[in-house]
Design a protein around this ligand. Sequence first.
Ligand code: SF4
Length: 693
Amino acid sequence: MGATIETHCPYCSLQCGVRMRVEPSRAPVIEPTEFPTNRGGLCAKGWSAPELLDHPDRLTTPLVRDDRSGPLRPASWDEALDRVVAAIRRAQREYGAAAVGCFGGGGLTNEKAYQLGKFARVALRTPHIDYNGRFCMSSAATAANRAFGIDRGLPFPLADIAEADVVLLVGSNPADTLPPAMQYFDAGRARGAAHIVVDPRRTATARGGTVHLQPTPGTDLALANGLLHIAIREGYVDKTYVDGRTSGFDTVGAAVAAWWPDRVERVTGVGEAQLRRTVQLLGTATSAMILTARGAEQHSNGTDTAQAYINLALALGLPGRPHSGYGTITGQGNGQGGREHGQKADQLPGYRRIDDTAARAHVAAVWGVDPADLPGPGVSAVEMLDRLGTPGGVRALLVLASNIAVSAPDRDRVVARLSALDFLAVSDMFLSDTAALADVVLPTAQWAEEDGTMTNLEGRVIRRRRALAPPDGVLDDLALLAALAERLEAPGRFSADPRTVFDELRRASAGGIADYAGISYERIEAERGVFWPCPAADHPGTPRLFTDRFATADGRARFVRVDHHEPAESPDQEYPYVLTTGRIMQQYQSGNQTRRSRSLRLTADDPRAEIHPDLARRLGIGAADLVELRTRRGTAVFRAHLTDTIRPDTVFVPFHWGGPASANALTDPTLDRHSKMPAFKCCAVAMRRIGGP
Ligand code: SF4
């Protein structure tokens, strides 16, 4: 007897709806549904997702290592859990509670992200918890909080994109990263909308746009200040909106006064005519959106860069206007929900600050503990990784849903720090590069084997539904945390049941910024997702934010003065080119899942460096030659892809691979001072040919 279950793709923030057919003795198959985000669309990754479920690499038994230099061997769950608990107790005894850390992921369901945050604070009493979302949209989140008092990736439904007359997309390539979402952009263009794409590469998205601005990586902030300068000088500022709904404009206006177009061109490489056209399109549109993504945000000035585009949006009076506003396009499947429920070093559930007395009292009451027992803020992901195994740093680390050894910047240093730990435990479905370094590996369930909720890029809370049982020997992360909490004799209750955990999450979030109190599994089913904030069962949810006020104390949005600074690392004689990194359509994040997919490997099993033909000619590099890239952190080898779609001074590499083609062996770990986002998108690199095709 078969069954058909509606759930969602395991990968990116679009969370496309899929229908899964499960029959005895047959591999499960999926097809897209008409869910309001994907409306029948699905990308190659989504179509291939069932291949993961019975993949021969699947971990189905815990693995343990008897000594650091020895091999991993199969073990029972009792032995594995006992080892984790013994290592935690040893680290706590020898170094104190803060010597134990947790590292989570933006792919965890809301229930798991919530439970991991609670586990760290209540069962471990450690401040040391952070997650890989710090590498994702933390800069835009910080900027949005400063300006609007709230951080929701898109403050409007995705479908509004189709209705906007002008869209400015900065550092975003949805044609490759969110292919089904292109239907909204395509519909807009079919209506005559103008799309302006800012990207150092002429991506598939840029090729379909009306205007393509191709700045030097690391200069997006100067570009935004230059656009605002023109908007002010040419009278496009919406004075009524600025006076009535914002504060701080005069300071920002003064700060951009020096950004004349010729200066902007010198810094960014974008000419005056394109700057003026962009402002004219934005300034005369009835509805317009400014959307940023990682290309603008993953820099040592990423927060200020996102802020500069928010300043521009506010000056033009966009946020809160119909089919208009500022948003960031999140990346990971639960990148939005993953940062709302306490997985971040400085936050408690409901997007509450952990150093806020009232927030601590509220959450502690839900957890059944004394607020005085809750630890304070910890440190950000890279800061925690930097101190692994050092005096005062974390000595025992539990990693869930994250492949740090591939996804963190300056890979060699990260691997050295992971290897310096007294103890590393990793929960994963496959033996990732990070799990391969662990003392204990804990096999976990995956997308179609679990129940829970995810929050997509629009702030829409959706249901992930269980379609089949996990293989024998696999333990869902909620059950793992419950078993560990029990062995640690933790106070409070750690349920392994997703619905019970979600109901607790609702209570913990009530009254917070990300308020889920009125969202239930039943409502999500009935309404095909509910938008937060939703403070009560009879509240309709909030698809559109800022229509009449912002979430600040006075209801006004804040302009924030931001100034351009050179990137942390610029080209010089030794490293003469700019390196930038990003995604390709067929792969996802560290590739731990998608690199195992046979169908995806058929089309993308060959990490390639995009190099302009002029630069290649100067360096004697031919098509498909092997090239070595070298930065101050390390080296990596890629096959050359010669293309005039990239700037001649810039090299692009995808970040989905470890091993010799590891982009993050090259990247710069310098942090944005506000968000602690590493500078993934820009560093200085040298390059040479090392072999033929
Ligand atoms: Fe949709 Fe993203 Fe999955 Fe592709 S990877 S099918 S765009 S959710």
